[in-house]
Design a protein around this ligand. Structure first.
Ligand SMILES: NC(=O)c1ccc[n+]([C@@H]2O[C@H](COP(=O)([O-])OP(=O)(O)OC[C@H]3O[C@@H](n4cnc5c(N)ncnc54)[C@H](O)[C@@H]3O)[C@@H](O)[C@H]2O)c1
Length: 591
């Protein structure tokens, strides 16, 4: 029989503390909610009230349950009221000295068998614990934002945490309806260690004007299915908190430069732009604490320059080419599909028909529309038939010399003013542009697999691409119901540059025996709302594909932290490439 927690204290009622109070009170546990002064206490009360009122408005909580929930919470300034609590969780700002002082004070106030927990995201739980006379009763309970919604709690045990304390806290998590992963005391634990390098890198892309804030966020939402883009997430976390977490992770986590906070973050914190809680961060909000963005994207001014596209050429016969042909044909454009010969055309045509038939079965397309789409596609084995198209998208093999030769040939064949696009995921677009005498007309149009399903297209601008070409490429992406994001011509564009280092870091975490693939997958899904964990995704993408991308990023940026994980290299060498061969990080006998 685990320990009963009849009364729980929460210290610090900011972004996290107020949410943690709500979690306990919702589950029938009496909570003492403590702040540093009356003004902060009132803000904490408002935070809690705002959240439960929203839940009532959304129909997730009845008024009676809300009132009962609020009844369970007692608000107080200062620690003395915590003397009888069975457990105290602190959620004060992410500063070691502050937390150590607080724990020393709690040690003096709380009864001898009370458990003291910290919600720190990155500080050493061990260092916090030794500020007390009971380090064996100190533990990390790391909730995720927003605490009432996210299912994960990382339970952090130090080398001195007593076994019964760990067991009791695990039992409590279950009672709260949470899923826990129990881990050792390492900077950033699981989720933040994998998340914050990515968030920081997203800010550096913005700072370098590599892509706009909306485009960076849209890329990660649409390209990876994440619930929020990285900049919107930083606004939710709070930029001051994010700064402290990064700074601590940099110092504690081996001085990985990827955790050195990007200067823009510090500037924003200094300027009081803390994110949602202050009403302004990367985005501006209706009022402090509100999730409603009031400074949405301005329409792109250059769209008026877009050229008309009625007929497109698609070169290639693989998965991407087939998907792109389908996207254009379904959107009502005439398509000339060029493959290397009749056999390839036949196979690609069959694959296209199968995909369209599946859409009919799913009910997303009717038979007449399917037949019309098929009727819009003509097949050819020579690029001479691309003489009169308005746009060419090439999706041939990912080999620079093959693509360069193709672009040189397109330059000879196509009429002036045609937009020449490549769907390469890893080669420099500028190499293809300079293989032609019209580099201003060359652009990247990076579709994602499966092209008919993924709503994102990265529009890659080289240093030679004209505004009119960008305008045309973005307009055509919209015309085929894709969301275009414009980015510069660097390895990985937006999505892959932000995604693969995170996957590589997850592999390094397993390699270091800090956690398991199962716990890491669970942490990212339940703590951050990711649709798949990193190891599930690696098996789908292919470990060889991930390794190749990571090598490219490492070679281009020479960032030591981007070096491919040796374990990833070994698995690829061993032929464990993921789902498509039946084995990657996991077995896939069903293949
Ligand atoms: N923001 C997130 O997304 C997130 C997620 C998980 C964990 N955390 C962690 O939770 C902790 C709190 O972060 P936050 O984002 O909620 O910060 P916050 O700035 O929103 O809130 C901190 C609160 O602590 C109060 N406080 C300061 N000193 C105090 C004291 N001595 N006694 C009582 N109250 C005091 C402040 O008045 C403020 O209300 C940090 O350790 C952070 O790393 C944050």
């Amino acid at each position: 029989m685990g320990r009963e927690f009849a009364s729980v204290g929460v210290v610090g009622l900011g972004t996290m503390g107020a949410g943690i109070v709500e979690v306990f009170a919702r589950n029938g546990i009496a909570v003492l909610a403590v702040e540093i002064n009356e003004a902060a206490l009132q803000r904490g009360r408002d935070n809690l009230r705002g959240s439960v009122d929203r839940a009532v408005r959304k129909g997730k909580l009845s008024e009676a349950d809300r009132d009962a929930l609020l009844e369970r919470v007692t608000f107080a300034v200062g620690l003395p009221s915590l003397h009888a609590a069975d457990l105290v969780i602190e959620a004060v700002p992410e500063q070691l000295e502050l937390k150590q002082r607080l724990f020393a004070d709690l040690d003096g106030v709380c009864k001898a068998d009370a458990i003291l927990a910290t919600n720190t995201s990155s500080l050493s739980v061990t260092e916090i614990s030794v500020a007390t006379g009971r380090p064996d009763r100190v533990i990390g309970m790391h909730f995720f934002n927003p605490a009432p919604v996210m299912k994960l709690v990382e339970v952090v045990r130090t080398v001195v945490t007593a076994d019964d304390v760990v067991t009791d806290i695990e039992g409590l998590c279950a009672r709260l309806g949470k899923v826990d992963v129990t881990i050792g005391d390492r900077a950033g634990f699981i989720a933040n260690a994998l998340l914050f390098g990515y968030l920081n890198q997203a800010v550096s892309l913005l700072e370098a004007r590599y892509a706009s804030r909306e485009d960076i966020d849209a890329a990660m939402k649409l390209g990876c299915g994440l619930p929020m883009g990285p900049l919107a997430l930083l606004d939710l976390i709070g930029l001051d908190t994010a700064y402290e977490i990064l700074d601590t992770m940099y110092r504690r986590g081996g001085r990985d430069r990827r955790h050195a906070p990007v200067p823009l973050i510090k500037q924003m914190v200094t300027a009081g732009l803390l994110g949602r809680k202050s009403g302004r961060g990367f985005y501006a909000y209706e009022k402090p604490g509100s999730p409603v963005v009031v400074d949405g994207a301005a329409a792109t001014a250059t769209e008026s320059e877009a050229r008309t596209i009625a007929k497109v050429g698609v070169v290639g016969s693989g998965t991407m080419a087939t998907g792109i042909i389908e996207v254009f044909a379904r959107a009502g454009l005439e398509v000339v599909a060029v493959t290397r010969g009749a056999e390839q055309s036949g196979r690609t045509g069959e694959a296209l028909k199968t995909s369209l038939d599946e859409a009919v079965v799913r009910g997303t397309l009717d038979e007449a529309a399917r037949d019309a789409a098929l009727g819009r596609v003509t097949w050819s084995a020579t690029i001479e038939h691309l003489a009169d198209v308005d746009l060419v998208v090439e999706a041939v093999v990912e080999d620079l010399s093959v693509k360069k030769a193709l672009f040189a040939a397109l330059d000879e064949t196509c009429k002036p003013g045609v937009v020449l696009a490549t769907t390469t995921s890893s080669l420099p677009v500028i190499e293809l542009a300079v293989a032609t005498r019209r580099p201003a007309d060359v652009v990247g149009l990076h579709f994602f697999n499966p092209a008919p399903a993924v709503g994102l297209v990265e529009v890659v601008r080289t240093i030679r691409t004209s505004d009119a070409t960008i305008a045309t490429a973005t307009a055509v992406a919209r015309a085929v119901a894709k969301h275009p994001v414009v980015c510069a011509d660097r390895s990985g564009f937006v999505v892959n540059a932000l995604l693969f280092p995170y996957l590589n870091d997850a592999v390094k975490m397993v390699e270091a025996s800090y956690s398991t693939a199962d716990d890491i997958d669970a942490a990212m899904k339940l703590g951050c709302g990711y649709p798949m964990g990193p190891f599930e995704l690696l098996d789908v993408v292919g470990l060889d594909v991930a390794l190749a991308m990571q090598r490219k990023l490492y070679l281009e940026l020479r960032e030591p932290g981007f070096a491919p994980a040796p374990l990833l290299e070994q698995l690829v060498t061993a032929g464990y490439l993921g789902r498509r061969v039946g084995r990657g990080f996991r077995d896939h006998p069903e293949r």
